[in-house]
Ligand binder design. Structure first.
Ligand code: UDP
Ligand code: MG
Length: 320
């Protein structure tokens, strides 16, 4: 057996936001499945500013099990950032990313690991079914992944979350990607390497409620799009040309009608519709451009991605 403190065979990264009721069962199921693989493991929990007693549950675990590590953020930084912190500090040869609400079954980890042993650097878990999620969530998620696939040149697999196993090589490159707006599943696809998947049924959340509000989902979707496609920008330009062309036709027609047909078109309705239509298109276009500018702005500010308030990591600087 290897020294569990330096390079365990397997690290498991778990972002935690208000999961106090899930943590004890989660821990037990995680431990049982990684032990099937190796006794040399680390479970790395990132408490992302939970408002409940999650952090105390995590601290309890560290007393029972020397393989449990936690990172406690100073506030809520968001799921992707929590996973990023985990990626920055994990030390395993194989690294699993898994949700903390038991929607991703820990029992799948040995299957992921078997593929890793076959030589794959990325083994993602692809959902067959999504249980217990709202109609709205399922429809928006389906739509989002399909739009993303259409507009990006990076091959981001459909219906796949962050639940996956990656080689430490991949982790090393992820650490070199400095973007502030993280879309980790996209970054991993972008990196390439040998990728494969296993299928699974996604369970419903065991306890508590989703930490992904509609606004967090929207931000996440925008990060995915702006990080992996410039198509919305060229779309806006094309749309601009198209609308200008239409208005040009309208002008020609208006002149023709005034001078040749001797009829001047009156009408408040057509005017107001045209003004609102163009106004709407313009605002959407500015919004799209704004999304890219905001992304640039964040990267220029270059603030730390997260602030660690406390942790039980040893001999490691909080240098990210
Ligand atoms: N999460 C987090 N920070 C957040 C929101 C969620 O660390 O701001 C964690 C959460 O505890 C869970 C995972 O990210 O482990 C996925 O979140 P959730 O289950 O709430 O999202 P959903 O499955 O509903 O999309
Ligand atoms: Mg969930």
């Amino acid at each position: 057996m290897k020294n569990t403190n330096s390079h365990p065979d397997i690290s498991v990264i778990v972002p935690i936001y208000n999961e106090e009721k899930n943590i004890p069962v989660l821990y037990k199921r995680l431990k049982d499945s990684v032990r099937e693989i190796s006794a040399s493991y680390e479970l790395l929990f990132i408490n992302d500013g939970s408002k409940d007693a999650s952090i105390f549950e995590l601290m309890k675990l560290t007393e029972q099990d020397a393989n449990v590590r936690y990172i406690n953020f100073s506030r809520n930084f968001g799921h992707q950032i929590a996973v990023t912190a985990g990626l920055n500090y994990c030390q395993g040869d194989a690294v699993v990313i898994i949700d903390g609400d038991l929607q991703d079954p820990p029992e799948l980890i040995p299957e992921l690991y078997a593929k890793f042993k076959e030589g794959f650097e990325v083994v993602y878990a692809k959902r067959k079914k999504r249980k217990g999620e709202s109609f709205f969530k399922k429809v928006t998620a389906k739509l989002f992944y399909r739009i993303l696939k259409k507009i990006t040149t990076t091959d981001i697999p459909l219906d796949t979350g962050d639940f996956r196993l990656i080689d430490k090589k991949v982790v090393r490159y992820l650490r070199l990607m400095p973007e502030q707006n993280k879309f980790i599943r996209g970054q991993i696809s972008w990196l390439g390497f040998n990728q494969t998947y296993v299928l699974y049924d996604r369970d419903s959340r065991k306890e508590g409620k989703t930490g992904y509000s509609v606004s967090k989902m929207f931000k996440f979707a925008m990060d995915g799009i702006t990080g992996f496609s410039d198509k919305p920008l060229s779309f806006v330009t094309k749309l601009g040309f198209f609308i200008s062309f239409l208005s040009f036709l309208a002008i020609i027609f208006a002149i023709y009608s005034h001078f040749i047909l001797q009829k001047t078109i009156t009408g408040w309705t057509s005017l107001i519709i045209a003004v609102l239509f163009i106004g709407g298109i313009q605002l959407i276009s500015i919004g799209i451009i704004g999304a890219y500018i905001s992304r640039m702005n964040k990267n220029l500010l270059n603030r730390p991605l997260y602030i660690i308030e406390s942790s039980n990591l040893k001999n490691q600087q909080y240098d990210h």
